[in-house]
Design a protein around this ligand. Structure first.
Ligand code: GAL
Length: 510
């Protein structure tokens, strides 16, 4: 680049700034990155990983002084709610078999491993009155072995498994959970933060709040739609931001890590091209935006339409207050900007239309959002009845984030495909290939995506579906004594992508 070029660029940036139009600078930077659309390789600093979660793989549910989580209690008291009446008592036994997981991770040559810490394993009373040394030793071992093998640990602090102790007094509907979580986070940063530099506070708030406290589909099986699920989301948001602020004030200086939150979202399309597009935006605000907007948006509050709808519906229902607790200035300031990255779990997309009259009971998320969803017949379906292969949706949601949240750094923390567990898993290879291509397209289009993590390393306990839907790159031999992890074809394929940093056709692996 010649000197006159540099001078021109500087002038352009200064002009933009002088007009106080930061978006203009962003737009310009994006355009500069765009011409590389033909770039076939992932950038040098792009990281590939795989993900798991404690309850889904660890087993050892009551060993070494671990206290139960709500998933232990639920699966034991309601086996009929799990497709194969199974539970996570043993699962992949990763608590005893991390060495086997490590072999798989090394084979894959991943750059990072996203796993979660079981809150009630390390702090059996959920508070810091008892710190369980054996559990601390276990996670220290995991972290140290990963680092010895040049695999970066990315730690989720909470992945659905609320300590039963907290559930005794309302779990996520009681705002005391904010204090509990903050002190749990403090303990984690203090104990592991010298080595863990990437922290995810919560995994998918919407997906444990609505089924857990709205429609009673998950533990703790509270049926209070439009009220308790909203409290859960709200307390989660405040707990996240409190932990983030704590890290910045107390640990960042010495530990220099990043703290974010993982939110799941689909992308949405209108069934007919001529339908108004604002319904797409509305659907995103009611999923990703609900928690992402307060953190990464400009207002430091819930999305405007969400506030409006729920306040006006609450009034119509004769309530004296809105079912969506308002964020005052104090909380807005804490929440706004409380994320160094946005963790995104993307699996699938939907068509969306306004639903008139609104579906769902009054009150409920369905009723407040007034949306109805459908799928395209041409979309290929996985074993899971909700999971259709729509890679374009991943590219489009990444662009939506780029345009709406100031191109915040995004980690794709989950993306994956379910089947029967076959080793010749062509469906998964196809899904992986097309979604990685979507990520690369988004990067070439200026999206700030830096990590991709596939769900999952091994077949595991898939919540209400038990072991009937398999997401692993590695098959888990459940019936053998050693619970071997066996590489599926998709594992070989993923490794080839990681090694070459290019998306090959995958033909060699089918
Ligand atoms: C996610 C969840 C994971 C896993 C995956 C596949 O929503 O975070 O734990 O179960 O879905 O359904």
């Amino acid at each position: 680049m010649g000197n006159h070029h540099l001078v021109f660029i500087l002038c352009l940036i200064l002009t933009c700034i002088s007009f106080a139009d930061v978006e203009c600078v962003n737009e310009w930077i994006r355009n500069q990155i765009q011409p590389s659309t033909s770039n076939k390789q992932f950038p040098k600093n792009f990281s590939f990983g795989v993900a798991t979660a404690a309850y889904q793989i660890e087993g050892a549910w009551n060993e070494d002084s671990k206290a139960p989580s709500i998933w232990d209690i639920y699966t034991h008291t309601h086996p009929e709610r799990i497709a194969d009446h199974s539970n996570g008592d043993n699962a992949a036994e990763s608590y005893h078999r991390f060495e086997q997981d490590l072999v798989a991770l090394k084979e894959l040559k991943v750059n990072f491993y996203r796993f979660s810490i079981s809150w009630c394993r390390v702090l059996p009373y959920a508070d810091t009155s008892v710190k369980n040394q054996k559990a601390i030793d276990y996670y220290n071992m995991v972290i140290d072995k990963l680092l010895e093998n040049h695999i970066e640990p990315m730690v989720t602090m909470f992945h659905y498994d609320t300590p039963e102790e907290l559930s005794k007094f309302g779990g996520f509907t009681n705002d005391i959970v904010i204090k509990y979580f903050r002190s749990y986070a403090d303990f984690l940063f203090e104990t592991f933060g010298d080595r863990v530099k990437k922290w995810i506070t919560f995994n998918e708030p919407f997906d444990y709040c609505v089924p857990g406290y709205g429609n009673a589909n998950y533990p703790p099986m509270i049926h209070a739609p439009g009220v308790a699920d909203y409290l859960c989301m709200d307390n989660t948001l405040r707990a996240h931001a409190s932990a983030y602020r704590l890290y910045r004030a107390k640990y960042f200086h010495s530990q220099r890590g990043k703290v974010g939150i993982t939110i799941s979202s689909r992308f949405y399309y209108t069934p007919k091209a001529n339908e108004p597009n604002d319904v797409v935006d509305r659907a995103i605000q009611y999923s990703l935006g609900w928690l992402a907007h307060p953190i990464f948006g400009k207002s430091g509050n819930y999305p405007y339409t969400v506030i409006e709808d729920i306040t006006s519906n609450s009034m119509k229902e004769g309530l004296a207050w809105s079912r969506l607790r308002p964020l005052n200035l104090y909380w807005s300031k804490i929440i706004k900007g409380s994320g160094d990255f946005l963790g995104l779990n993307y699996y699938t997309s939907r068509y969306v239309q306004m639903s008139d009259p609104p579906a769902g009971a009054t009150p409920s998320w369905e009723h407040d959002s007034r949306l109805k969803y459908s799928v395209d017949e041409s979309w290929k379906r996985a074993k899971s009845d909700w999971l259709y292969c729509v890679p374009q949706g991943l590219e489009d949601i990444l662009k939506w984030i780029r345009d709406n949240y100031d191109n915040v750094e995004v980690y794709i923390t989950e993306n994956g495909w379910s089947d029967e567990g076959e080793l010749m898993d062509t469906g998964r290879i196809d899904y992986l290939k097309t979604h990685l291509r979507a990520v690369l397209n988004a990067i070439n289009d200026g999206c700030n995506v830096t990590h991709y993590s596939h769900w999952s390393l091994i077949d595991n306990f898939e919540w209400n579906k038990g072991f009937t839907e398999k997401f692993g790159l590695y098959y888990l031999n459940m019936t053998s004594e050693n619970k071997e992890r066996v590489a599926k074809n998709s594992a070989h394929y993923y490794r080839s992508v990681i090694e070459s940093r290019e998306i090959s056709s995958g033909d060699n692996y089918v």
